[in-house]
Design a protein around this ligand. Structure first.
Ligand code: NAD
Length: 473
C-alpha cells in the first residue's frame, strides 16, 4: 500500500521526533519511520540513561560523605539492580511522553526500517520510502514531498577490537550492565570516556583511562582539561595520555589484557572489562543513499545551512551529518530544516552559540571559542576567571571545585567564549549561551544582577574579572 505525506522523517531520535512535532504544528502531514524505539540514542542509549546512572553515583558518593554535613549514617550499600531499575523507569516515562507527542501531533509512526528509493513508478524523483516493517508484514511505501534523514550515529570501535558485551563494551552495552566490574579500562578520554570514568569511580570501580592525545577532553579549554585531570586523579582515576591502544593485542579470559604504545614503549593493561569510547560514526549505511545524488564525505551526509542535501527535497540533520554530535544540535537543526521546507525563512544556526555539556562530577560546560582557538583565529584576547571557592552558595552546597573562565576580545569587548567546570554548570551555561546570541559584552553580563547567594554569582564575578574588577577575589 502507498501513502502520501508532506514529510517523512527517517529516524525517531531527538532530532527526528522534534522535527516531526514542528512539522505537524506547521500543518504538514507527517510520518516517522523508526526501527527501534522513539527517542533514539539520546533517550534509550545515551543522554538520559547515562545521566540517571551518574545521578545515582553522585548520591552514593554524597551519602558516603554525609558525615561532612553533620549527618551520621552507617556505610551505604550499593544496589546496582535498583540503580538500573530507576534508570529504566525514567527512560520508560519519557518514552511514553514521546509516544504521546506523536499522537497529539497526529504523526503516523511506522515501526520498521526505512530506505530511500530512486525514481520509480511512485515518483519521478528519488525519495519514496520503503519501510521493512518490524512485524514482518509487507513493506509499506510512503510517498513524501520532503524527506528528513535523521538516522543518527553508532559507537565507533578500533581495528581488531570486537565488542562482545561481556568483556568489551561501547556505551550502548555499558548502559545495561547488570553488575559493576571491579576494574575497567576506558579507551578514549573524550566526553563519553570522562563521564563514565567519573561515574564508575564514584561507584567504587578501579578506573584507568587511556587517551591517545596529550590531554583528556581535547576539545575543551586547556585550563578546564588541566583542572579536570587533577580532579579525576583525586577521585582515584588513573589517566594515561599520549597512549595508543592497539586493538589487535586484546586477550580475553577472566578479564581483558591489552597493549598500548606510549613514547615508543609497549605497556600492558589488565582489567575486568573494557569500555571503548573513541567517537561515533554517522548511520549512512543501508538507507538507500546510493539511489540518490546525496553526497557523503568522511562518512557524513553533506548539506547546506538549511540542511538540504544535493536532492533539495531531501534534508538531513543530527549525528548523520557529523559536526557537533549533540541532541540539542540535532533538534535545533530539525526545526530549521522543517521551517525551511515550509518556507518559514528560519535563521541558520551559529555553531559558536551552541553550548556543550559533560555530566561528569564535577560537570563541564562551554560555549564559543576556547582561549587557544580565539588566539589561533587572530583575536587579541583578554580573559577573566573566577573560582567557586569564593562563592558562598558553593561552600553551602559543599562543592567548591572548579571555576568559570570568560574569553573576550580586547579590542571590541566582544564575548568569544565561556568555559565552566564545577557544580551545576550544565544548568548555568544557558546564561552564557544567551549572552552569545545577544552579542553581550562581559560588562553587560556583570551588569545583569546575579542573586545572592547563588552559584550563578560565579558568572558575574568572572565577567568582572575580565577587566580585573571582581569583588571577592
Ligand atoms: P570524543 O570524540 O569526545 O572522544 C574520543 C576520544 O578518544 C578522543 O579524545 C580521542 O583522542 C580518543 N581516541 C581515539 N582513538 C584512540 C585510541 N586508539 N587510543 C586511545 N584514545 C583514542 O568521542 P566520545 O567520547 O566517544 O563521544 C562521541 C560523541 O558523542 C561526541 O561527539 C560527544 O560530543 C557525544 N556525546 C555527548 C555527550 C554530552 O553532550 N554530554 C555525552 C556523550 C556523548
Amino acid at each position: 500500500m502507498a501513502e502520501e505525506y508532506d514529510l517523512v522523517v527517517l529516524g525517531g531520535g531527538t532530532g527526528g521526533y522534534v522535527a516531526a512535532v514542528r512539522a505537524s504544528q506547521l500543518g504538514l502531514k507527517t510520518a516517522i519511520v523508526e526501527s527501534g524505539k522513539l527517542g533514539g540514542t539520546c533517550l534509550h542509549r545515551g543522554c538520559i540513561p547515562s545521566k540517571a546512572l551518574l545521578r545515582s553515583a553522585e548520591v552514593y558518593k554524597q551519602t558516603k560523605e554525609a558525615d561532612t554535613y553533620g549527618i551520621e549514617t552507617s556505610e551505604p550499600t550499593l544496589n546496582f539492580f535498583k540503580v538500573q531499575e530507576r534508570k529504566q523507569s525514567i527512560v520508560d516515562t519519557l518514552h511514553k511522553g514521546v509516544q504521546g507527542l506523536m499522537k497529539q501531533g497526529k504523526i503516523d509512526v511506522y515501526e520498521g526500517f526505512g530506505r530511500i528509493l530512486g525514481p520509480s513508478i511512485f515518483s519521478p524523483s528519488a525519495g519514496t520510502i520503503s519501510v521493512e516493517m518490524n512485524n514482518g508484514e509487507e513493506n509499506e511505501m510512503l510517498i513524501p514531498k520532503n524527506v528528513l534523514v535523521a538516522t543518527g550515529s553508532s559507537p565507533r570501535t578500533l581495528p581488531g577490537l570486537e565488542v562482545d558485551e561481556q568483556f568489551v563494551m561501547t556505551s550502548d552495552e555499558a548502559l545495561s550492565m547488570e553488575e559493576l566490574p571491579s576494574s575497567i579500562v576506558i579507551v578514549g578520554g573524550g566526553v563519553i570516556g570522562i563521564e563514565w570514568a567519573s561515574m564508575l569511580a564514584d561507584f567504587g570501580v578501579e578506573v584507568t583511562v587511556l587517551e591517545y592525545l596529550d590531554r583528556i577532553l581535547p576539545t575543551e579549554d586547556h585550563e578546564v582539561a588541566k583542572e579536570m585531570t587533577r580532579l579525576m586523579k583525586k577521585k582515584g582515576v588513573k589517566l594515561v595520555t599520549g597512549t595508543k591502544v592497539m586493538g589487535d593485542t586484546l586477550k580475553k579470559e577472566q578479564g581483558i589484557e591489552i597493549q598500548a604504545e606510549r613514547n615508543g614503549e609497549t605497556e600492558t593493561y589488565k582489567a575486568d572489562r573494557m569500555l571503548v569510547s573513541v567517537g561515533r560514526t554517522p548511520n549512512v549505511k543501508n538507507i538507500g543513499l546510493e539511489n540518490t545524488d546525496i553526497q557523503v564525505e568522511n562518512g557524513a551526509i553533506q548539506t547546506n545551512k538549511y540542511y538540504q542535501t544535493k536532492e533539495s527535497h531531501i534534508y538531513a540533520i543530527g549525528d548523520v551529518i557529523g559536526g557537533m554530535q549533540l541532541a540539542h544540535v540535532a533538534s535545533h537543526e530539525g526545526i530549521i530544516a522543517v521551517e525551511h521546507m515550509s518556507e518559514q525563512d528560519p535563521l541558520p544556526m551559529d555553531m559558536e552559540q551552541v553550548p556543550s555539556c559533560i555530566y561528569s562530577n564535577p560537570e563541564v560546560a562551554s560555549v564559543g571559542l576556547t582561549e587557544e582557538q580565539a588566539k589561533e583565529q587572530g583575536y587579541d584576547v583578554k580573559t577573566g576567571k573566577f573560582s567557586f571557592k569564593a562563592i558562598g552558595k558553593a561552600l553551602v552546597f559543599g562543592d567548591t571545585d572548579g571555576f568559570v573562565k570568560i574569553v573576550a576580545d580586547k579590542q571590541t569587548d566582544d564575548l568569544l567564549g565561556v568555559h565552566m567546570l564545577g557544580p551545576h554548570v550544565t544548568d548555568m551555561i544557558s546564561e552564557a549561551g544567551l549572552a552569545k546570541v545577544l552579542d553581550a559584552t562581559p560588562w553587560e553580563i556583570a551588569h545583569s544582577i546575579h542573586p545572592h547567594p547563588t552559584l550563578s554569582e560565579v558568572m558575574g564575578e568572572a565577567a568582572l574579572a575580565v577587566d580585573g574588577k571582581q569583588i571577592h577575589g
